[in-house]
Design a protein around this ligand. Structure first.
Ligand SMILES: *[C@@H]1O[C@H](CO)[C@@H](O)[C@H](O)[C@H]1NC(C)=O
Ligand SMILES: *[C@@H]1O[C@H](CO)[C@@H](O)[C@H](O)[C@H]1NC(C)=O
Ligand SMILES: *[C@@H]1O[C@H](CO)[C@@H](O)[C@H](O)[C@H]1NC(C)=O
Ligand SMILES: *[C@@H]1O[C@H](CO)[C@@H](O)[C@H](O)[C@H]1NC(C)=O
Ligand SMILES: *[C@@H]1O[C@H](CO)[C@@H](O)[C@H](O)[C@H]1NC(C)=O
Ligand SMILES: *[C@@H]1O[C@H](CO)[C@@H](O)[C@H](O)[C@H]1NC(C)=O
Ligand SMILES: *[C@@H]1O[C@H](CO)[C@@H](O)[C@H](O)[C@H]1NC(C)=O
Ligand SMILES: *[C@@H]1O[C@H](CO)[C@@H](O)[C@H](O)[C@H]1NC(C)=O
Ligand SMILES: *[C@@H]1O[C@H](CO)[C@@H](O)[C@H](O)[C@H]1NC(C)=O
Length: 595
């Protein structure tokens, strides 16, 4: 099934409009004017390989877990996230702005029924916005059941089922934004090229049936009866050996579509109306730590209070609701000597941090396992993020950036589910089946009605219409040509020296810890806590180590509780002692890029 079904159903899409042009331009927008002479611009420009560096953040799929006409929010946020990455010279952490904020709260647009990307930038300029770990994508908006309520724009949930606004969270802004294009189509090409020198932009396109079935190459279509009904991100342009000039675009339909989610389209012919309407925004380098108790609206304050209170309850419930279960097995696959037999820990540097190895950040995006609701899936998050980081290391950070889907492991019960699990199950699944990326399976923080390791529960995409309020009956079908990422050797590791050897040689590892209520309340610094018998109930990832000015050695850890927690979602943990058992039960897997 899968493929043919999708193609037939997609024919419906041409009829629906998911770009709705604003009747008037929002206040504060500034027409792009930094026009460069054509001969002063490079012949080729691609932000996925700009002087050897990839500045493009992770790709998305707007059509999972439900169908949603939210292209306008995806194109606007991914272009801006990429511009943040450019502004910050790819330094840790990547910022992945949340499209969901605009589906809930941007009432100038029509959520899953369409919108205009310029309103997204107007909204950010007026209100600021948050990242995906504050507002996970739900493929549903204010027109079909979501509301712009108390939990906007940031929330997270607790084991008792209650959700609340974190005491502080990060807010992002733009310094300016506006339209790139005007009324002169010839001039538009030059304006778009000029704007692209600064970073990606969002553009309108007519997503015809031909565009839907695009699989690669420079797109051209013989007809010219086009009308913009879709928004994409432009990430560059080029000229091939025959002298044909083209744009390079990124779609938000998942990596199974086109060229790994990207496309090329002929330049200078207004093909599919692509040279008609484009918008840009400039990211604000000042990222605000927003204090929700002092800055929030009055009614939101109640929720903040509730959140603080429930921390205590959460600590008690944790014992009944573990995220990580004790190892079911010590299963491992080792076909070549492990790192600690080939690397002498005594010769390793005093500090090693995969967020910054000689100025390069190798880490994949941040996650929050506890939205839209609490889910004890840490066991899937720690290993999938460590594996995605290791893929980036093996591929020298080249385009495209990869994320692996924790939801696939939950749907398949591969080691566990939202009630907890064993991280070794992730590696085992990766070794035998391969793990698809997040564009094949959206994280929903929920166990499926029935566990399954095939079909739509592994890899899917959905077709119109968006389901009405109160229904989740989107028509979805399995993707059959998805890319799978495999694991070769995998196993367990414990003890500081072996952990260091493994991290240094192969990249981040997963580790079990006893997540106490004190750890849950961590806001920064080097954490230490003595426990007589640490009871491993949580899985995190260790991405490096360091040494403080006073000589204290520490691990650098990645949690999966969102960027509002700890130091941008990360923590430092004292090495050798008083450390919640972090050195007692770790795991690793080596991506196999040859399969
Ligand atoms: C990036 O572009 C340069 C110059 O075109 C090329 O030599 C190099 O192989 C490219 N790198 C990747 C990873 O594609
Ligand atoms: C990025 O690199 C440029 C050029 O090397 C430098 O001027 C700028 O300060 C850097 N920005 C950040 C945020 O590191
Ligand atoms: C700012 O946010 C408020 C509340 O969500 C919303 O009503 C308003 O339209 C937003 N401003 C813009 C310019 O979108
Ligand atoms: C965003 O930046 C603009 C320009 O600096 C400023 O006028 C606006 O108040 C900022 N918005 C927020 C929500 O901080
Ligand atoms: C459109 O722009 C082109 C290139 O900038 C210019 O040569 C031409 O005169 C413009 N046409 C109109 C009608 O303004
Ligand atoms: C947030 O604001 C409240 C009220 O002004 C204040 O008591 C609290 O200390 C602030 N929290 C942080 C982390 O700054
Ligand atoms: C990376 O580390 C180097 C030295 O270790 C430091 O000078 C540089 O500022 C760091 N870069 C970032 C982006 O933190
Ligand atoms: C890895 O990428 C960097 C640029 O980020 C480049 O300088 C280096 O030569 C590359 N290494 C390999 C092995 O390709
Ligand atoms: C979903 O259910 C609603 C209400 O019964 C119905 O109107 C709609 O057509 C259904 N959608 C699909 C795709 O089956």
């Amino acid at each position: 099934m899968g493929r043919p079904l999708i193609l037939i159903s997609l024919l419906l899409l041409g009829a629906s409009a998911f770009f709705i042009k604003s009747s008037k331009l929002p206040e504060g927008q500034i027409q792009f004017a930094d026009v460069k002479p054509l001969d002063a611009m490079p012949a080729n420009l691609f932000w996925g390989n700009y002087s050897g560096i990839n500045y493009l953040t992770v790709s998305r799929n707007q059509h999972i877990p439900l169908y949603c006409g939210s292209c306008w929010a995806f194109a606007a946020t991914s272009a801006l996230s990429d511009r943040f990455k450019i502004l910050r010279n790819t330094s840790w952490p990547d910022i992945n702005l949340a499209p969901q904020v605009f589906l809930n709260c941007d009432l100038n647009d029509q959520a899953c029924d369409g919108g205009d990307p310029i309103n997204v930038y107007a909204y950010i300029y007026a209100n600021g916005t948050t990242d995906e770990t504050c507002q996970v994508y739900k493929a549903r908006g204010w027109t079909n059941g979501e509301t712009c309520g108390h939990f906007q724009p940031c929330y997270t949930c607790q084991p008792n089922g209650r959700c609340g606004v974190p005491a502080t969270y990060l807010k992002y802004n733009v310094t300016s934004y506006g339209q790139v294009t005007g009324n002169n189509l010839t001039q538009n090409v030059q304006l778009m090229m000029s704007a692209l020198q600064q970073g990606p932009i969002a553009c309108g396109i007519d997503a015809t049936d031909g565009f839907h079935s695009y699989t690669g190459g420079i797109y051209t279509e013989p007809t010219d009866n086009w009308d913009i009904n879709h928004i994409i991100e432009l990430v560059g342009y080029g000229v091939n050996q025959q002298g044909t000039k083209y744009w390079i675009g990124r779609n938000s339909w998942g990596t199974y579509w086109g060229e790994g989610g990207f496309f090329q389209i002929i330049m200078g012919q207004n093909m599919l109306d692509i040279e008609t309407y484009c918008v840009y925004a400039n990211p604000d380098p000042n990222i605000q730590v927003f204090n929700s108790s002092s800055g929030a609206l009055a009614e939101e304050k109640e929720e903040v209070k509730a959140y603080v209170e429930m921390k205590v309850e959460a600590a008690i419930e944790k014992r009944r609701n573990p995220g990580r279960v004790r190892r079911i097995s010590r299963e491992q696959v080792i076909t070549s000597p492990p790192s600690w037999e080939t690397v002498d820990a005594a010769t390793l540097p005093k500090a090693w941090d995969w967020r910054n190895v000689s100025g390069v950040n190798y880490l994949s995006w941040n996650r929050n396992q506890h939205i839209p609701q609490y889910c004890g899936s840490c066991w899937a998050h720690g290993p999938t993020s460590a594996l995605a980081d290791r893929i980036a290391i093996l591929r020298n950070n080249t385009f495209p950036q990869i994320s692996l889907s924790p939801q696939v492991l939950i749907n398949c019960n591969a080691g566990g589910n939202c009630n907890g699990g064993d991280p070794i199950g992730v590696y085992k699944y990766g070794h035998t089946h391969g793990i698809p990326d997040d564009t094949n399976q959206q994280y929903v923080a929920e166990n499926p009605a029935k566990f399954s390791c095939s079909g739509t529960q592994i890899s899917e995409t959905c077709v119109p219409p968006p389901p009405p309020t109160g229904f989740d009956n989107s028509t979805c079908s399995a993707i059959t040509n998805e890319k799978l990422w495999y694991v070769g050797d995998y196993g367990n590791v414990a003890g500081p020296n072996k952990m260091k050897a493994e991290i240094y040689k192969n990249g981040p590892i997963g580790c079990g810890i006893d997540a106490t209520s004190k750890f849950e309340a961590y806001t920064g610094g080097i954490y230490s806590q003595w426990l007589l018998l640490p009871q491993i109930n949580h899985e995190i990832s260790v991405v490096g180590w360091g040494v403080a000015i006073d000589g204290t050695e520490y691990w650098i850890g990645r949690n999966s509780w969102g960027t509002a927690w700890g130091e941008n979602g990360f923590f430092k943990m004292k090495m050798y002692s008083d450390n919640l058992g972090i050195e007692t039960d770790c795991d690793w897997g080596i991506p196999d890029l040859t399969r």
